[in-house]
Design a protein. Structure first.
Lengths: 328, 328, 328, 328
């Protein structure tokens, strides 16, 4: 039985806890959160104990940690977990500062522990099936990735100010998808952005609408268009053109009802936001982490994937701010 | 805490057990099955005890039973559960014999217990959403129901011989959907059927392909077409025409990947069969049963719904065999 | 150059005229209509001459007639055209009276002329492609046809009173599709109908909503559901189940625009009514007639197809009125 | 009656001729082509006369010209037509050289004649309906255009060598769509491209796969991804995000048949190539030109639209070759 300490009992922490406890051979032992009530709630629900970070790291029986606390705590917790020889699952991003993320990667490598970064899209049933079919050669050589990634609405400006900017906060997922799907490293990035939804976002030094073009070392092309506001819901689609055809991943809808009325023929809006859209992905992600912990699976990603995505996000930010193409 | 005894540890029993144990305020106490190994497996998985029917019914601490054993045991278990004053969830059909089903209904009424029949389609997210929208008047007065109900392949003939025939075994779900969606009782039934997939089915006295027309008391019309064999998968769709439009329920697919190749543009086949297609429906069904047990919800259906569906199935069988319209 | 006389310069006559004059080797010589202004308009548009029926039949240079006048004139014009040895295209139905339609068929056979009946659905690109794929064996043995056939709104009651009833006026197209797609003759018909849209239709002795089940000699099954009122537009779909799969024909939409808004995701309504939906079908139909006239194609249908569809319509009417299954 | 001279009797010339002769008040008088047989064929089909350019321009009865000859003849014919005071329809591009295109624009302006450039996509029923809905404010302020534009296969390298490159030859249509849909002028262009389908294309100095990002003066964003090879057919889609939602234009398919088989659920490939996909657009385009000629409509576009699209194409070419963002 592998015992796990969970850091962060907020929205994402609760999801990870619920998925983790279903896995055979794994037990949630501790919950750590600055919000004592939140920690107590998650702990009670799953028969775990509330504790402090020091105690959790000090307990030799704890074999792994799940880090779902706020971004500014990630690096410190990774470093402490690595030092304590514990297996790690950490939400994205590793850190907002690239050098600090790299320090974490070195520490993880030195400690020889697993460090899965929470790029849950890789576990989404639709995206994962598409990737398997690409890998099986169904559309030949992969040439172009075109991704649409839109949130239903912008978070509060106070959040945006601490988020590291749209490229690190939101597109980091898309950058990971780009590397994963194109199976190649990024050569150049061109990013442009606008503020079209709320002038306060401009004041915060951020953009709310972006268009990014990535060129890989082998000359594959990737286009990503994002917006903080798609009033019709969370829009998460991508298409992959290959020499033998195209595979496309569409949105998920809550039901398969269609309505045919004088005013039009309509279907459901996409799943509302990431919690709904990626529910299955979060479950698969924790299933994978548990399999890794039990020694039954090799980790599909590592902390270096988190670092790479951050490198692209940083290049994109620079490209946008300087109005030029940036080489990695 | 309401303690529950499960009868039947086969495929459907396992599903109900897994869904039941997630419900707050409910505990799976006993598992009963003639197959001792199957019972032990389910019991072990959920911390329950294997026992015999007599012991389960005799235990005053048991407040409810879930009956997922073979069809020929349903009526006896319902009668015993009613006599013991236990709340009941029972898989369809109540019994293959209409008079025996009616006897059960009388016993349940006399005992004053709940008896939900396992018409899981009523809990399917797509079908339930459609029904809610009908009830909200979105398409006005409901006029016509057109349903397509096809299995991916026929069960073994040995099964069919004991199944009560295609109308009681397979269409009973569609007959329940008809009553539920049209919100009216059946006036006449016309059913015709053919054997088009396997001559052995004809020898067994059954049909594998049917076309049924139902007319309700208010003159609403329902058409159902079924087949034991749709090589493209489990086809479960229906459309409802109303005075202000149509609501249609489409199939569910495992993923939202589309493939665009020289040979065509394709999407996933529908979910393979009822276990996959109605996974969410089974979960909702047990959630509802638990809510009823806790006194937080009124039962949405009763044993009389099971009896009514059986009456239609019997009328359809007679219509098919005698080649005439049958009035109820 | 084959010279043609057109009878009927109304809506459908205009369409046939416009399609006819595009065909090589064919010339529209005469237009005949009781409405002189309508006849003059069509004649002027296409360089033809307005004349009377007697003159048109007497002109030996006229090799063919297109009959698009009112239903009560069809039989007489067919008989005169056959007597004059002219090739015939006639709108459906041949006549509302089955014996008179049979008299026409005998006359046509005796005269040895072609008599295409205007079942334009056979020429619709979607339906025709589906039929070719069935004939190529793509889904194996054809087993079941399920058809939805709905008009956007009912015609005036005054029209309905002279229409022969919904089965002869509206479903006659579906009955022809049934014979064409199932490639088998009808053994039994069961039809039921209701008046759900307008009580005046009941007074006129007609139904506005019907459900028909047809069983063919080989045991294939067909279900048709119709309504005079689908507020979302002209709904013309059918599905064919075969031993190796299903082919389905969906509605056509004016454009491929989809709208994604907070209120839902929607696409265009189906093409409004038969003029729009079957525009391409009407063009293909006249192209085929011209090819037959030039001796380059065998007629795909004959007057006997018109008689057969009428036989089914009459059986359906009787089935509905008498509440019983009718054998043909 | 406005008499028209057609220059070019090749594939596109034939289409324009067929559409032109259907317009009231317009007559095709002359056909001019270096290929005498082609000219004779088109002329015979429509009752026109084969002649030479000099004669056509000299005939004062000729009020308009349709230029569908090879690209290198466009500018000269525009200049001569303008000098002769004739109304002009000319296929894209005006010329491969921007300065020469500008010279044409000046001449047209000076002559005060109409000069429609053949951006037929503006007349496509789907695209035009989408644009009307944008203009009606259905999705609020337009923010982002994401376009996919792919040919089924590359033309011969010999063609590519004289084509002006992929940006002028193929994307010029997309650049026009960008200006039309975003209703704003281009501020910056970033284009990148690869050769992924055939090394011979690299030798010819061209790309076969491109990703373009355009930023307009108001900060609206446009992404275009193109390929010379989509083995599944001609892929012509775009999506427009606005403050109140998204409008998307999907591909057109030849039929609405869907096939449901053990191997998958599939629909038709998109229309094969531009001749099929834009058949209705070409008809609408000539209908518009005729309406302009009759003085019943204002020209929707002018030669300046041709010049602007060329400016963007030139900027994109430079961006791609120099690996940098180019401002217009």
């Amino acid at each position: 039985m592998i015992e796990v300490a969970l850091f962060g009992a907020g929205r994402i922490g609760k999801i990870h806890a619920g998925n983790l406890v279903r896995q055979p051979g794994v037990r949630l032992k501790y919950v750590v959160d600055v919000d004592a009530a939140a920690a107590a709630d998650v702990a009670a629900r799953h028969g775990a104990t509330v504790t402090h970070a020091d105690a959790a790291f000090a307990d030799a029986a704890v074999g792994a940690v799940v880090i779902g606390s706020s971004t500014d705590t990630h690096a410190d917790l990774i470093l402490r977990a690595a030092a304590a020889g514990k297996q790690i699952f950490c939400e994205k991003p590793v850190d907002l500062a690239l050098d600090r993320a790299r320090t974490c990667a070195l520490a993880v490598a030195k400690a020889g522990v697993t460090c899965l970064i929470g790029f849950q899209r890789r576990y989404d049933p639709t995206f994962a099936a598409l990737k398997r079919r690409l890998d099986a050669g169904e559309v030949g050589e992969v040439e172009v990735l075109a991704a649409t990634s839109r949130d239903p609405g912008a978070p509060p400006v106070a959040y945006l100010e601490r988020s590291g900017g749209i490229f690190k906060d939101m597109l980091i997922h898309d950058f990971d998808v780009c590397r994963w799907i194109l199976d190649d490293e990024v050569a150049t990035v061109y990013a442009t952005g606008s503020v079209l939804t709320d002038p306060a976002i401009a004041k915060a030094g951020d953009a709310d609408t972006t268009a990014v073009t990535i060129r890989t070392r082998k000359g594959k092309l990737c286009q990503i268009n994002t917006s903080r506001r798609a009033v019709y819901g969370y829009d998460q689609r991508f298409e992959v053109l290959g020499s033998l055809g195209m595979l496309a991943a569409g949105n998920h809808r809550p039901t398969e009802v269609s309505a045919h009325k004088a005013s039009g023929v309509s279907v459901d809006l996409p799943e509302h936001f990431f919690i709904e859209r990626y529910r299955a992905a979060y479950a698969e992600e924790m299933l994978h982490f548990a399999a890794v912990l039990r020694g039954e699976a090799q980790p599909r990603t590592g902390i270096e994937d988190g670092v790479r995505a951050l490198e692209i996000a940083e290049a994109a930010t620079r490209s946008w701010k300087e109005g030029r193409v940036v080489a990695l």
